[in-house]
Design a protein around this ligand. Sequence first.
Ligand SMILES: Cc1ncc(COP(=O)(O)O)c(C=O)c1O
Length: 364
Amino acid sequence: MSASLDDLPLRPDLRGLKPYGAPQAPLPVALNVNENTHPVPEDVADDIVDAIARAVREVNRYPDREFTVLREGFADYLGHGLAADQIWAANGSNEVLQHLLQAFGGPGRTAFGFAPTYSMYPLLTRATGAEYIAGTRGVDYTLDADDARRQIEQADPDLVFLCAPNNPTGTPLGLDVIEAVYEATDGIVIVDEAYQEFAPHDSRSALTLLPGRERLVVSRTMSKAFAFAGARVGYLAADPAVIDALHLVRLPYHLSGLTQAAAIAALRHAPAMLATVDEIVAQRDRISVTLDALGYEPFESWTNFVLFAGVDDPAATWQALYDQGVLIRDVGLPRSLRVTAGTEAESTAFLDALASLGPGGAHT
Ligand SMILES: Cc1ncc(COP(=O)(O)O)c(C=O)c1O
């Protein structure tokens, strides 16, 4: 016999919430959670395995609580004159965001995001006891500085999430919007650059805005461009005072010795780990062009995925693709679906399967 949640003394503010639940189905073509579908190169994998093997021999001891070598690695990788004391890391950028919310959010506080945006922002916010406020976006899910400033001044949140480029829409975000939001609030401004490596090479990262802005945080992940989603490593750059605050809320030794060893070894091979980015960007652009030719309306994307509208029945089309072995994502936006850019073969499989459904996709 099993109880239901209603039978348990669950926190009242968690009642009715739905957990994160992207399907994990064993289909041949899985393009639903914006992973890098290219495996880690064989020689790099060998090096990571060696590093983990060495770390295993030391697992009787707690790992370096300050993950010093890893922080130095991230500072080097990010550049922009950053030092290790400006870097934080955790088990995926989800945990990085959770630490920020634990330190700067919590009961009686509010966090703000411009909807539609990353679905974990409201969940993480509420799970850490704060209230989530959803703002709005303009035409084609873009955000302009004046509109963003007005919304932030009105809501007066304690934290703001700016997803740049934005998931699930792929939309780029101007640095002028980040500057305007920063000026409009006394709270923490988090720029989530999970997909930054897929943006045009000459686009500027929010890292360039860090000097002199002690409430600005730029978070990144190894899950996407680095093809390291299964290792669970995310990180951020910010003022050292922000890092001091995060020390207050993290669990001791939160990054295991095995995780640190794997990430340090992977970072040593950053160019090889990132070698597939240009190929993925080429597939993303090919997907957009082909979707357009098929009569759909792809939105501009600076990420490794494409959101497209013009789908008559998203649920039926999602299911029809599923039945052909292709898993994509119904993110709940009107007449739209989202697909991750995979290898050339995976992207072709998706495009062929969609084309086979006829104009506007499948219908019930
Ligand atoms: C915008 C954004 N931020 C953060 C994450 C979390 O990534 P991870 O926890 O794997 O680092 C994702 C994952 O899809 C994402 O899309």
